[in-house]
Design a protein. Structure first.
Lengths: 581, 195
């Protein structure tokens, strides 16, 4: 431990702790703009400067480790003045468009400018004339609003290993762009949206489709159906004064109904269905087609995109199951439409997702039109939904609790944990255990696939078999797992895993690119805890025991893996022309 | 609620703006159409460049030097090929190319005109010379004329401040240049090209 003083307060911190981290221990928040808890310091913005007693030089708190006996001053009139100047300089290169910016009132730069009482333009403005890029229809890049903090570049290159975004040029002309100023849609971007979740300003923002949804809700000829993803329910509350992880499922149902949706479904139902199909698929491969092992989960569209681009040799290992919201979409326009005698061409399915990649997934190929129409018409992020609830003037915290609509709304505890890393694996193993052994688990909680460790590996006894599993989240962690599989296949050895789960975003969907801002590991855990609690509170904790899933097979689908099931609920993958990262 | 309808109109119009921006505005580092179409790449040369430097530190810059030595600039296809051969992300290659002034993304002109904007030349009237060249060639700094004849660059000190202001054409230095000399310099180039 190292002893030091901050603003005269003595403290002891572990070796290697930065001034920024140490200051938090004595209740001092040093302002930062480029440093994010998920990312290593880059010392790009210069706002976190502090002084050492007796020295004139200013140091950056984010990247300076504390040394024995240091006496640090974090605030004095000079420091505040320098910080203000830095903010003013950043503002001189930043458009003055707060009122018409999507980040209005949750922009980190705007907040700092407010905190420092900036009330005039001290430097002449220089604005780069760089056009916006909305080519992906998932994310909008507005380099004009970029403050060159480097978070998105680090997220895209290191955390996600995608290398779509980069800094081009240098100094004053530095800008974010895909390699060589091509459009984002032509780059290796997988639309995970982690850049947008980490951007401190409005330079990277979800492709906003709230206007379209309002229009459809107004249209009397349309029958609007909505579904919410697992991770949305434990995060959206953050924008309405709830703690991270607070489960607001039943308030959400009420809010959506009041916004004008005619049927409120739950993607968790789709998750249960995915598990029934995926567990069958797994058991089939495990017992009959071991060459097609490991089975790799495919519910995450950013991961699917990544695999098609960078691991095309793994196509055969992918689960052919569509993601849960696509299943609910396809069934809304077939099963539900038939039952309710609705014209499927008039049905609009909106899915509320923690994700920007889902916006791309809904029209990615013809299999997403299995019902004869586009199965999911619009996918909104959690953030877009939160804005819509506010626009509708709904007093969210005081809403009554309501239930989802029948047929595609009820879910099991296994369905809800889909939103957290390890959850898909856990839910599938519960059902697979039953299918293989015909018996029930003593304890349905698979602790060793839970938690935020980047790669989780384990062996799970299923009857007389041992199932070797791996769970990876955050795309940079995939390489380790898949390279082991590649290596084994190359040398004609048996791959080291039977079942692999991948989610593109760190923490899984709870940390998704479309979730409320300010995510840290603590927040990811809180949101995950909310899901695990939801699971524990459910009487039914096996997907295949969801009575409405059973009913669906009996009344409409037939057997799992049947032809109808394949047409509506399964898909195919194709290698994408390789674009080198 | 109709007022909430068209949140995206602002973004949609910018797609058009972007196509306009190619080849003008952000001139030197943006990709020209011709640049995108280049199809005659000698893969062997790139393989050689990669093989020579692969295991040495700072190798990407050296590979790019070799590539630019071959083509006079770094065509996109070459950058893609280099990315494959050297196993370096394309994004990193473009970061390096655009960071260093030396590397070019556009084919050089037949005559590369470098106006020294170093302190001595600047004080002795380099900005006026630059303006005259821009007017006469109808291009901006960092651009090449439509016929591929002239490429114009502002550079820092050429190391002959005693001769300020200087303009170098394909490396040949013209000393103590006056505004009126520019037309002569250009017509000499044209004559040379025609002969």
């Amino acid at each position: 431990m190292i002893r030091a003083k901050i603003n005269g307060i003595s403290l002891r911190v572990p070796e290697g702790a930065t001034i920024l981290e140490a200051a938090e221990k004595v209740q001092i928040k040093i302002p930062v703009l480029c440093k994010h808890p998920d990312l290593p310091p880059t010392a790009a913005c210069g706002i976190c400067i502090v002084k050492l007693k007796g020295m004139n030089k200013m140091l950056r708190a984010c990247c300076t480790p504390i040394e024995e006996g240091m006496e640090i001053i974090t605030h004095d009139p000079e420091i505040v003045e320098v910080r203000r100047s830095v903010i003013e300089l950043i503002l001189s290169k930043h458009p003055n468009e707060c009122l018409s910016c999507g980040r209005n009132r949750n922009c980190e730069l705007q907040k700092l400018a407010g905190d420092f009482g900036i009330n005039e333009q001290s430097f002449p403005q220089y604005l780069a004339d760089i056009p916006a890029d909305n080519s992906t229809k998932s994310l909008v890049l507005e380099p004009r609003k970029c403050i060159s903090c480097g978070r998105c570049v680090h997220v895209c290159q290191q955390m996600q290993n995608v290398w779509a975004l980069s800094f081009l040029e240098r100094g004053f002309d530095t800008r974010i762009s895909p390699a060589g100023d091509i459009q984002l849609a032509d780059s290796p971007c997988v639309k995970c949206g982690q850049c947008s979740a980490h951007c401190p300003t409005g330079a990277i923002f979800e492709y906003d489709e709230t206007g379209k949804v309002w229009e459809l809700l107004q249209d009397e000829n349309k029958y609007c159906i909505v579904q919410i993803a697992p991770a949305v329910r434990v995060a959206v509350g953050e924008w309405f004064g709830f703690k991270s992880g607070a489960n607001t499922t039943r308030k959400l149902y009420a809010a959506l109904r009041r916004m004008g949706f005619r049927a409120v479904f739950d993607t968790n139902f789709g998750a249960d269905l995915t598990i029934v199909e995926e567990a069958h698929e797994f058991v089939h491969r495990f017992t009959k087609e071991p060459t097609k092992l490991p089975l790799i989960t495919s519910c995450c569209p950013a991961w699917v995109d990544f695999m098609e681009k960078f691991y095309p040799d793994m196509v055969d290992h992918f689960s052919s199951c569509k993601s849960p919201h696509q299943m609910v979409g396809a069934l809304s326009k077939t099963y539900y439409a038939q039952k309710q005698r609705l014209d499927p061409s008039k049905i609009v399915v909106v899915s509320i997702m923690p994700c920007t990649a889902k916006k791309h997934e809904i029209s990615r190929d013809r299999e997403m039109f299995a019902s004869g129409h586009q199965d999911v018409d619009i996918s909104l992020t959690t953030r877009e939904l939160a804005r819509m609830i506010k626009q509708a003037g709904i007093d969210f915290p005081n809403l009554p609790e309501e239930d989802a609509d029948h047929m595609l709304g009820e879910y099991s505890g296994a369905g809800t944990i889909f939103g957290m890393t390890g959850g898909v694996m856990e839910a599938a193993l519960r059902t697979a255990y039953d299918y293989v052994t015909g018996g029930k688990l003593k304890n349905v909680d698979f602790e060793n696939v839970r938690g935020l460790q980047g790669v989780k590996e384990g062996t799970i006894p299923v009857g007389s078999h041992e199932v070797k599993v791996a769970v990876a989240h955050g795309l940079s962690n995939v390489e380790y797992v898949l390279n082991k599989v590649r290596e084994a296949k190359k040398n004609d050895r048996v791959p080291p895993y039977h079942f692999i789960e991948v989610m593109a975003c760190p923490g899984g969907c709870v940390g998704g690119g479309g979730q409320p801002y300010g995510v840290t590991d603590a927040v990811r855990n809180q949101r995950g805890d909310g899901l695990y609690e939801d699971d524990r509170e459910h009487k039914i904790r096996y997907s295949h025991e969801n009575p409405f899933v059973k009913k669906l097979y009996k009344e409409f689908l037939g057997e799992p893996r049947s032809e109808k099931v394949h047409h509506l609920l399964h898909t195919t993958y194709r290698p994408m022309p390789e674009y080198k990262r | 609620m109709t007022g909430m309808a068209s949140n995206n109109s602002k973004h949609d119009s910018t797609v058009f703006m972007r196509t306009q921006a190619f080849g003008s505005g952000f001139n030197d580092k943006r990709i020209s159409k011709e640049h995108m179409k280049l199809t005659t790449i000698d893969g062997q040369q790139i393989k050689q460049a990669v093989g020579k430097w692969k295991d040495k530190p700072g190798n990407l810059i050296m590979m790019l030097h070799e590539v630019q030595g071959c083509y006079g600039y770094v065509p996109r296809e070459v950058a893609l090929k280099l990315s494959h051969e050297a196993d370096v992300p394309l994004a990193r290659i473009y970061e390096v190319i655009t960071f260093y002034n030396y590397f070019k993304l556009q084919p050089p002109g037949k005559f590369n005109i470098a106006v020294c904007m170093g302190t001595a030349c600047y004080l002795k009237g380099a900005p006026e010379l630059m303006q005259e060249l821009k007017n006469r060639l109808s291009i901006d700094e960092g651009q090449t004329t439509g016929d591929g004849m002239f490429h114009l660059d502002g550079v820092r000190c050429l190391g002959c401040c005693g001769l300020a202001p200087v303009v170098a054409v394909n490396g040949r230095v013209h000393a103590k240049v006056k505004k009126g000399d520019i037309i002569d310099i250009l017509s000499k180039c044209k004559k040379e090209a025609n002969s």
